[in-house]
Design a protein around this ligand. Structure first.
Ligand code: ARG
Length: 474
């Protein structure tokens, strides 16, 4: 008999039963559902609605159920629609009619909202750990390859050299913000809807705060109508996760390019690559590609839940059942993506020579040379022009900025029309000064500001990141 069958004289059409059922998915909430039920029956006893004996029987039965769930010994019955009805019915099988008192002063509407908040809390804690491990992999690689230099790009064109470690630490910053956003979402999710009933509030004098405390919530929701229909916490978590996946997708994109032989900056280990069914030569960075691909799915999950909510009147609407698939999927995709990327980073081989020679192409130290002129009193705009014309000459002659002859430097300075530049052109040693400024190492060293790529700054940032990770672990 269906638990809500009293006012029905006919069975549901099979298609309706199939269509409305959620047990395949919401059984994921079983442990949280039972924890919520245990706190709820304690609250019922405190309100004088259960005797001590009844409470003991109910808690004993629920604890037994929790063990059965943990060991996979529950037979989920599709005919029982969802996890809540399955567990209530399984409880009745175990302890008999007294199980009928469990649902006093509770609705599946405040129940599922409670379950989902409890579930999300645990999920966010796992994601936080996965983010820390991912940061650990980034920091580990940055430490191992501390001296590798990348051609930093803007517009995907060679721009300025940056330390590879600096590049990796940029992703650590993103991951730290992701952790912050998830922690923030967790804080707002961590209030108890229990006692809100179906929509109007429970019809008994339940001490909602005591129940909330028992479940580790920081407080209770303040409006029953809001509480049963609110899924802001799902949206907030999904927004944080979607952005986190976007960050991972950007890194995945870079790894796929870097491992293309044209770049040849990195090579994924065999354990983190796959082959082609037709081309024997292929070694593909599929895990990175799939992280990039699954980011799309997670962005879709956020869109799905926002769209789900936008037309809903207050109170519980059955549409809300559709919140779980996108939330569960997004959490598991993010967790798995963090794990697989961390593994890829842990086992990545870096070709420092190739990276360095690529960083040396494209006149990436031109800005540093202009800065050197500025340090000799030339206005930046003039310096920019001088170095621009030097790059043009060097390109024609097929030499690097650290190889340009004095004659070219003299020409570029002289043609600028700036008196200071002309004077400088005649100065002894100016050629050596500018050629020295054009080396990768001196260009890197000049970016010596907080957040800059100068090796001393990066070393400092790396130490800070390592310290923070150590603090988190301990
Ligand atoms: N399976 C439902 C959900 O996930 C539980 C609440 C159902 N409530 C109801 N009145 N039918 O949202």
């Amino acid at each position: 008999m269906r638990l809500w069958g009293g006012r029905f004289s006919e069975e549901n059409d099979e298609r309706v039963a199939d269509f409305t059922r959620s047990i395949e998915l919401d059984r994921e909430l079983a442990a949280d559902d039972i924890a919520g039920s245990i706190a709820h029956v304690r609250g019922l006893a405190r309100a004088g609605l259960l005797t001590e004996d009844e409470l003991g029987e109910l808690v004993g039965g629920l604890n037994g159920l929790a063990e059965a769930v943990a060991s996979g010994a529950i037979d989920w019955d599709p005919a029982l629609e969802d996890v809540h009805l399955n567990l209530e019915s399984a409880l009745a099988d175990r302890i008999g009619a007294i199980a009928g008192k469990l649902h006093t002063g509770r609705s599946r509407n405040d129940q599922v909202a409670t379950d989902l908040r409890l579930w999300l809390r645990r999920a966010i804690d796992r994601l936080d750990q996965a983010l820390l491990e991912f940061e650990g992999a980034l920091v580990g690689l940055a430490e191992r390859e501390g001296t590798a230099v990348l051609p930093g790009t803007t517009h995907i064109q060679p721009a300025q050299p940056v330390l590879f470690a600096h590049h990796l630490l940029a992703y650590v910053e993103m991951a730290e913000r992701d952790r912050g956003r998830l922690a923030d979402a967790r804080r707002r999710a961590n209030v108890s809807p229990l006692g809100s009933g179906a929509l109007a509030g429970a019809g008994y004098p339940l001490d909602r705060e005591a129940t909330a405390t028992e479940l580790g919530f920081d407080g209770v929701t303040a409006n029953s109508l809001d509480a049963v229909g609110d899924r802001d916490f799902v949206v907030e978590a999904l927004a944080a996760i979607a952005l986190g996946m976007v960050h991972l997708s950007r890194l995945a994109e870079e790894i796929t390019w870097w491992s293309n032989p044209r770049f040849g900056f990195v090579s994924a280990s065999d354990a983190f690559s796959t082959g082609s069914s037709i081309m024997p030569n292929k070694k593909n960075p599929d895990p990175a590609e799939l992280v990039r691909g699954r980011a799309a799915r997670v962005v879709g999950a956020l869109t799905a839940v926002l769209t789900l909510l936008k037309g809903l009147p207050l109170g519980y609407q059955r549409d809300l059942q559709e919140d779980k698939a996108p939330l569960f999927d997004a959490v598991s995709v993010f967790e798995a993506s963090l794990g697989v990327l961390a593994g890829m980073l842990d086992t990545l081989t870096v070709d420092r020579d190739r990276m360095r020679s690529a960083a040396d192409e494209g006149y990436t130290t031109a800005t540093a040379v202009a800065d050197a002129l500025v340090r000799r009193g030339i206005p930046f705009r003039v310096a920019h022009h001088v170095v621009g014309s030097l790059v043009m000459q060097a390109e024609e002659a097929g030499v690097g900025l650290d190889e340009v002859p004095d004659s070219m430097i003299g020409l570029a300075l002289g043609a600028s029309g700036d008196e200071g530049a002309k004077t400088l052109a005649a100065e002894e040693g100016i050629g050596d000064t500018l050629r020295a400024a054009a080396s990768l190492d001196s260009a890197l060293a000049t970016c010596d500001v907080i957040g800059g790529t100068a090796p001393v700054r990066v070393a400092e940032a790396l130490r800070a990141a390592r310290r923070r990770l150590g603090d988190q672990a301990g």
